[in-house]
Design a protein around this ligand. Sequence first.
Ligand SMILES: Cc1ncc(COP(=O)(O)O)c(C=O)c1O
Length: 458
Amino acid sequence: MPISSSVLDLIGETPIVRAQHLDTGPCELYFKLESANPGGSIKDRIGLSMIESAERAGRIKPGDTLVEGTAGNTGIGLALVAQQKGYKLILVVPDKMSREKIFNLKAMGAEVVLTRSDVAKGHPQYYQDLAERIAQETPGAYFINQFGNPDNPAAHEHGTGPEILRQMAEVGGLDAIVFGCGSSGTMTGLSRCFAQHSPRTELVLADPVGSILTQYINEGVLSTKSGTWLVEGIGEDFLPPISDFSRVKKAYAISDAESFAAGRELLRKEGILGGSSSGTLLAAALKYCREQGEKKRVLVFVCDTGNKYLSKMYNDYWMLDNGFIQRQQHGDLRDLILRPYSQRDTVVVAPSDALTVAYQRMKLYDVSQLPVMEGDAIVGIIDESDVLLHVYGDETRFRDPVSTAMVSKLEKLDVKSAVESLLPLFDKGHVAIVMDGAKFLGLITRIDLLNYLRRRVQ
Ligand SMILES: Cc1ncc(COP(=O)(O)O)c(C=O)c1O
């Protein structure tokens, strides 16, 4: 491979790999790894095309401020290009987006404005509306507007589309392509490219349950009522101005649970770490493949990397909390313990460990207290304030053993106690230490109870 002179030259020309282990029925399934772009997603392509076209048209010049509303990946693509070319960038991001994307954006130098993710278009806090307003109110700022910007689909019509057709020609062509729709740039651009250069290629949409698109494509009905979903980057509550769905003949609605399960299967079976939408797209692609009566060559996008979702769909605790993984239910307090001790999931310390160990573990696992275990017996509990009160005024006391700062007079709760018995403990600021006779089962905190109650209404 040639050596590139700029990271921007590495955008596009992403690899394709064929599925080896998934059950694809009579079809061959190929993955287009957009995760291999330098910013980790398909959106690097439009970050480059929208900024360079605006430059060519004389609408912006380095030093100007760019503003966009984005679920994250467009922001990263724009941040990459803005940073390399010397633009300031303000991004409005809905608050359901993963922390990894937001950290990534800030580390690249973008200013991030978080907004609500539970409001629809027309609401002043809706991320695109808020971005447009910020652009209007910031002197000299330019609103990128990926949902209405023709240079978004153009990146795919003239870049992604021809690239795919060239690559797939090596294996005999492309019968169907499975994609998702966020701004609809990918779909609209590919549709235009294929209409001209590969009209027989079927366009198949993968859509989250709750989005309005599946019904629009399969039944021709455009609903004004959308639901909510956790998969990031795809799904619509309105038709973007740049969208052209005329050549999309089939859509599959995929639930969050199916999407996350398919994404995890992609990693387990094919070794591909894709994002949450890659799960949605794969689930739809597999349905499509298995429905076919003859061999077809099907391409599906891996639109971004799963590195951005390690704390969510690849985190078993997050999956459990959100009800996407089920544990055996016991009908008692065990059902509320997120990290059971018997499964070695509880983060613990020993009484002889130094307080620095307790402090590091609390930080690493993002917990505020730890049970102190002597063998399998619980002998104490230590929380952040115990450590703080012990070391305050003499930081060398971080080296003292946990036993010197822990609380050892423990109020324990039998596993068969009613859920209501948690409340007085929480009221006193304690966590519940759940016991089955002399056996320690785990801790229950306020957030565990909240998660449990929320799961019950899902
Ligand atoms: C994470 C992610 N972002 C964006 C897109 C495509 O978005 P757009 O319709 O904006 O081109 C996809 C498509 O699958 C996606 O998975």
